[in-house]
Design a protein around this ligand. Sequence first.
Ligand code: NAP
Length: 263
Amino acid sequence: MARAEPEAGAGSAASPASPASPASARTGTVDGLQVVVTGASRGIGLAIARRLVEEGARVAMLARTASDLQQEATLMGERAWDVPCDLADGGAVERALERILERMGPPDILVNNAGAFLLGALGSTSGPDVQRVFDVNLAAPYRLTNAVVPAMRERGRGHIVTIGSIADRHPFPENGAYAASKFGVRAMHEVLREELRGTGVRASLVSPGPVDTPLWDPIAPDDRPGFTPRASMLRAEAVADAVLWVVTRPEAVNIDELRLTRS
Ligand code: NAP
């Protein structure tokens, strides 16, 4: 059963996996792999966690809201593990990673998904809101990637999947902070890809257009001219399918970048 585990709480005996599962050498499947998904309490991250658990992976689900995480992880069963963590807090991320290492061993796959959106023209946005976008969308993926890559290099396998956005290449008005964070995280991914070439460790950027998730609740795009109506957006499950496809390619294949829009 999935567990609610406050950050400082004692570990349960029901560990989700033994370290360094030999299953991680397989290709074409995530069955038995240890995966970390950030922002897994709702939206795209939840869809990714569900899909990977369905396919046999063991998934550590990170987000701030412990009650949501616990509820979702419990529904998913014993291969899902809720790890409440504020990714904007470097110390909290370190402690979460320590717990994950202790319980799962080094992850086979890290999915950098958690994100914060901000709509506002340059000159009208406030410091803390902008900082939050940079912290969650850029600093957190950097910090997590930095922490897990050495063990992946050592083992000669592993996969870092980063969720970008259509806004990681295309400039939209009122997207200054968001686009800066997403262009930035794409840059991190591209450098990482070059650094990992030939090591056996893979890096993929999955960049969707608008997806109907709770991210849009405060924006109400259906009432705003120029915005994609929610009914015309991608589904979170489509992004999850794309992530599953990316991580199940043969080991010799790296999907560098995958961009999704509605047909
Ligand atoms: P969402 O529905 O708002 O979910 C965001 C997730 O991130 C939640 O689980 C949230 O949980 C978590 N999160 C936010 N701040 C956090 C923090 N400080 N620490 C830990 N977790 C945090 O968003 P989404 O639409 O699924 O977006 C997921 C990713 O896809 C983001 O990177 C986003 O930029 C990208 N994306 C979204 C769209 C779209 O149209 N929806 C399009 C392209 C790309 P808590 O609030 O509990 O922490």
